[in-house]
Write a new protein. Sequence first.
Length: 255
Amino acid sequence: MDPRPIPANHTPSADALKDRVVMVTGAGDGIGRAVAIECARRGATVVLVGRTQRKLESTYDAIDALGAPRPAILMLDLATTTVAEYAGVAASLHEGYGRLDGLAHVAGVLGARTPLDQYDAKVWAQVLAVNLTAPFLLTQALLPLLRASRDPAVVFTSSSVGRKGRAFWGGYAVSKFGLEGLMQCWSDELETLSRPIRMNSLNPGPTRTAMRLEAYPAEDRDRLATPEQVAPAFVYLLSGDSAEHTGQAFDAQPR
């Protein structure tokens, strides 16, 4: 599947996500933080998911300073969260909001940059747990809440190495390939519903994050897009502006 570009001149309207409840994983820093703040700026009530209280509180404060709808903080370690705990998350959201309009899977770990024949099994398991299994289990648990929305949308954060394999990207690349397959299968299963749950993937492209620095320590970071510059692409896929798209792979930056 050839990826689609986000419309070149697209700028989300001020109320693109008004009255919508949106969950963002990895909301403590990097792209996840920027996406959470941008969603709030566009009117959403954001559920901030992460494993570090201090970072989530910082994102909370940034949203609060905008005068946006008050967000919620949900502490989760995606490497270890159980099926029962995800069910508890769904029950809590049902009690608090009654529905979920958007879900952005942004959290991820890089793992090792080593040849596959030297890849550590424990690192492999951790990378797939966070990058692939957690999005599957969390989405599965939240499906009833997504079905309760008038226009539900799910965005899986992909990567160029999840669309064409590349040496030394190991578990990270494989997990992103898996996410693309998960998105396509689920979209195909759900698009026949009277109110389909839109599922798409988004490759942010080279972005100035801690993960990118870990992967490319010698890179000129001033040449990279900032998380704030790629965040509107997530808003596009979470909003009604992309209502006709499901089962598609998107790029946030020109190739």
